[in-house]
Design a protein around this ligand. Structure first.
Ligand SMILES: [Zn+2]
Length: 287
């Protein structure tokens, strides 16, 4: 769809529609864009939108959704020049700042990042190349010694969980199985980040996007992202997997808890000794 730049209309009319279900997320997205187009943003939003328009000759469709992660989609099977925008997902992101601390980036800085992608001449071929990286490193790790060891450990913990009589024992084994999953995921991430295709992509496209993100953060007085690498928070991953494995092992059907080993001496050793002796004395007396 070719559309000449409408000199009389607003920037919104010309460069982007924001679509999605009416509600707080849509309003929030409009406010995010409004900031990027405000004088405070120093023209960044408008410049990025103009670049994207110049490249694609069509407005950028910003689709507000909770059904998928935030991502710029170009020459995708279904979408051409579209930004899937999920403010809830954005809230879950954690970046490393220049001083090494974790922080949640602002929606404005994330939007600037995605708008940079919208103006980059990314080809479908490059997308596919990047998408294949996780699969490739996964295959390699599966066939590695470390991969085998982790696989064995996971199977063992799951067997222990299945065979456990008590819920608490089963849960402990599942907890260990989840730890193995987290370890293997961290390994996968690391291998992915070291893959040449991934590094190429970051150098070619992400570095520019992070620079825009940093500029917006600077203007807003927020922490600035140190690099493209994301510090993943595995807590929700762990909880989700823990619950799934609990279902698999049918933990609920197991005996609720091992019976408490009743302490013979709940009052303490000497107090009980005294009591026992008194009883013995009494018994002796009544004999
Ligand atoms: Zn990016």
């Amino acid at each position: 769809m070719k559309k000449p730049i409408d000199k009389t209309g607003t920037i919104a009319d010309t460069f982007y529609p924001i679509i999605g279900e009416e509600g707080p997320l849509l309003e929030r997205t409009k406010a995010t864009m409004a900031w990027l187009l405000s004088p405070e943003a120093n023209g960044i939003g408008e410049k990025l939108l103009r670049d994207a328009y110049a490249l694609h000759k069509e407005p950028l469709c910003i689709y507000v959704t909770q059904d998928r992660n935030t991502a710029y989609l170009n020459k995708d099977k279904k979408f051409s020049h579209m930004l899937a925008w999920n403010p809830i997902y954005n809230d879950s992101l954690r970046h490393i700042s220049d001083d090494g601390t974790l922080f949640t980036p602002s929606q404005e800085s994330i939007l600037a990042h995605e708008l940079v992608h919208a103006g980059q001449p990314i080809t479908r071929k490059e997308f596919i190349r990047l998408e294949k990286v996780p699969e490739a490193v996964g295959r390699r790790l599966n066939n590695s010694k470390e991969g085998h060891a982790l696989d064995k450990a996971f199977t063992r913990h799951m067997e222990d969980a299945k065979n456990a009589a008590y819920q608490s024992q089963a849960n402990e084994s599942i907890r260990q199985a989840v730890e193995v999953l987290v370890t293997s995921n961290k390994m996968l991430d690391k291998a992915e980040h070291e893959h040449p295709d991934y590094i190429d992509w970051v150098n070619k496209y992400e570095t520019q996007a992070v620079a825009a993100e940093r500029e917006v953060a600077r203007l807003r007085g927020e922490p600035q992202r140190a690099n493209y690498t994301e510090e993943k928070d595995y807590s929700s991953f762990s909880i989700k997997n823990f619950c799934e494995l609990q279902e698999k092992v049918k933990v609920k059907d197991k005996i609720p808890d091992p019976p408490l080993v009743s302490s013979k001496h709940p009052l303490g050793f000497w107090e009980n000794l005294m009591k026992d002796n008194q009883l013995t004395v009494k018994k002796l007396n009544t004999r």
